[in-house]
Design a protein around this ligand. Structure first.
Ligand code: BYC
Ligand code: FE
Ligand code: FE
Length: 479
């Protein structure tokens, strides 16, 4: 494997200097990327020094270094995980064949589409989080936000590298288009629904990184199984960074819950529904957090596409996109005769039916995703229980508030009951955030920029980052 070279404009471990044409093409994309970063990336703070980690290798345990960097000087590199010797395609009709090091002609369109969709989400999330620096609840949190942002931008680089290297002129055009679509834009929006929603406040940010970055993890895990080896290796390294994004989300929500419970106990408020008294203390009430969670979870489920999907079946059969932890599954990895249990609407009732497993690839991934999400909700509930407050958060039913897939067009309550239009109007008021909720959350969003200080609505973290204490000056605000 090539060693990582940081002396060049584009740090990489793919021997970029030996492919002059590719290097030149990426060097031409570089200023356009920086221009996008400055126009659509974090608003302000671009000249502040921030304590960031940068990937400097791909070996487990020792891949990152921490130090003060100005964001535009961040070293966005192209990093592939080490090749697995003699790797074989693990699934689909080419199962057992040696992996591909070039794109098979017949799958060109399919692979390009997946790279474009994956690549589109990365800058989209940076755009969605553009204004959050100004309302950071602490310097620690601000630093985490910018860490997530620079790494999502590196994920964009990861997909752009594959597009440029393997798709010629088409790939270069797609790479340009990735910088032209914009989250929420009326004319040129981002491709997938959730990436056009706003992330206007820090509760949204923590729920987005808990739930939507977790979709990122699931999808990357599936692409890491790919028979197209450069895609597999790229995604494997992206997953290393992804873990931190989900940590930021999960621990962020945990700290909000801890602070709310602490404030309730301090004021002797035992009823989580005593919203007036709780909000008077400048913290977020638990029912509000549940409603926001309902929103982020349901919008993220839409990102998995239809439960029954020929696109997903084709990608699986082709050996291009596998299932979550494909190699650990004990079946024939071809799914020619298998079935999979699927929840479906039959005459107004939700019942489990058997579907051909090959058609239900997306449904299975949703199941794996929900199981992963259940674990974080258990952890969040522990935080509440520790404070002796009588409240539990729960994931809404998978059919709640859906726009895509077999539940779209149905009105389903958080506990999974199909209801009519009239009842749904009441349910959606109760179970989704109201304008008043959003206004209240925004009213709490004020920057806290003193090292070691935290906004009223969030507890300090248990530990700092990169070996530093919590009160470290993670962002040099004045210099
Ligand atoms: N909005 O057969 P179908 C991340 C389209 S997140 C709009 O049902 P398929 C990150 C679909 O494209 C992970 N359109 O589903 C997280 C298709 O259109 P075409 C991102 C949608 O194709 C946080 C048509 O509907 N990566 O990394 O199996 C921060 C029928 O599709 C939506 C990936 O998703 C939607 N929600 O599944 C930063 C992996 N859903 O092609 C980053 C790559 C579906 O017929 N993408 N459609 O015109 C894929 O694997 C698949 O494209 C999808 C869709 C899973 C997204
Ligand atoms: Fe990403
Ligand atoms: Fe991420």
């Amino acid at each position: 494997m090539a060693t990582l070279n940081y002396d060049t404009l584009i740090p990489n471990n793919v021997n970029l200097s030996t492919d002059r044409r590719l290097q030149r093409a990426l060097e031409q994309w570089h200023p356009k990327f920086l221009n996008w970063w400055l126009r659509r990336g974090p608003k302000d703070f671009q000249t502040n020094e921030i304590y960031l980690r940068t990937a400097v290798g791909v070996e487990r345990g020792n891949w990152a270094k921490f130090g003060f960097v100005r964001m535009p000087d961040y070293r966005w590199g192209i990093l592939l995980a080490p090749a697995v010797e003699d790797r074989k395609i693990p699934f689909g009709e080419h199962k057992g064949d040696p992996v591909w090091h070039e794109v098979p002609g017949e799958y060109r369109g399919l692979i390009k589409r997946l790279l474009v969709v994956q690549g589109d989400t990365e800058p989209a999330s940076v755009e969605q989080q553009r204004f959050l620096g100004h309302t950071a609840p602490s310097l620690y949190d601000m630093r985490n936000l910018f860490q997530v942002n620079v790494e999502e931008a590196r994920h964009l680089w990861a997909m752009v590298y594959l597009l440029h290297k393997y798709f010629g002129r088409d790939g270069r055009e797609e790479a340009e288009a990735l910088l032209e679509r914009t989250s929420g834009d009326a004319d040129k929006p981002r491709i997938l629904g959730a990436f056009n929603e706003e992330t206007p406040d820090w509760l949204s940010f923590f729920l987005f990184t808990s739930f939507t970055d977790r979709d990122g993890k699931m999808q990357l895990e599936c692409l890491a199984q790919s028979g197209f080896d450069p895609l597999s290796r790229t995604c494997r390294f992206m997953l290393t960074e992804e873990a931190h994004h989900m940590f930021v989300g999960k621990s962020g929500v945990e700290r909000i819950l801890a602070r709310t419970c602490e404030a309730m106990n301090a004021a002797d408020i035992s009823d989580p529904g005593d919203v007036g008294a709780i909000r008077a203390r400048g913290v977020m009430d638990l029912p509000l957090i549940q409603r926001k969670m309902n929103f982020h979870f349901s919008v993220t489920l839409d990102l998995f596409g239809s439960e029954i999907s020929t696109n997903a079946a084709n990608a699986f059969t082709a050996g291009v996109k596998g299932r979550f932890h494909e190699v650990d599954i004990t079946d024939d990895h071809r799914l020619l005769n298998d079935t999979y249990p699927l929840l479906q609407n039959v005459d107004g009732k939700l019942v489990v039916t058997q579907a051909p497993a090959i058609s239900a690839i997306n449904a299975r991934l949703v199941d794996d995703y929900i199981a992963d999400c259940e674990k974080i909700v258990v952890a969040w509930n522990k935080t509440i229980a520790k404070s002796n407050i009588d409240f539990t958060l729960s994931l809404p039913h998978r059919g709640f508030n859906r726009q895509i897939g077999s539940f779209a067009g149905l009105h389903i309550t958080p506990i999974g009951k199909i209801v009519n239009d009239e009842l749904w109007a009441a349910v959606s008021i109760d179970c989704l955030p109201s304008q008043e909720d959003l206004t209240y959350i925004l009213s709490l969003m004020n920057a806290t920029l003193t090292p070691g200080a935290y906004a009223s609505w969030i507890a300090p973290p248990k530990n700092g980052v990169g070996g530093k204490p919590g009160d470290f000056e993670y962002v040099r605000i004045t210099s």
